[in-house]
Unconditional design. Sequence first.
Length: 157
Amino acid sequence: MYGRFYCNCRAKKLRGLKSLSSELATWRKNPNSMNIGKRYWAIAEGYIPPYSHGAAPQMVSHEAVCILNAGDEPAHVEITVYYETKDPVGPYRFDIGSRRSRHLRFNNFDDPETIPPDTPFSSVIVSDVPIVVQHTRLDSRQAANALLSTMAFAGDR
């Protein structure tokens, strides 16, 4: 019985390796092209600390969205911000070049309006091509800084 289980597992592993080998072969033909990610993302948690401790601009408390566009086409991204006590604001529009990454601080968003510090918010990110989204916060209100980073939630589309 153990032998048959081992053989089945090994066969599945070999099929997986063949699939991976096929993907690697495709990538080797065009290593600059990676169509990874999703078009719809959400960050449920957002908060810009109201003050900072340390040198500007590096140590200014901030909330950021980090976007990777590994594909061959530029990404046209729209971010809508949701609040607890008022209507959503947006879209904030950004372009991320093909095969590029971009780190956007919510602190710097100003069109259509600035995002107030010390106010909880959430965000939805929509792109016309697949992207990867990560959420980061630097809280430098104290001399002992705190850095938080997590992947955003990817939608099904």
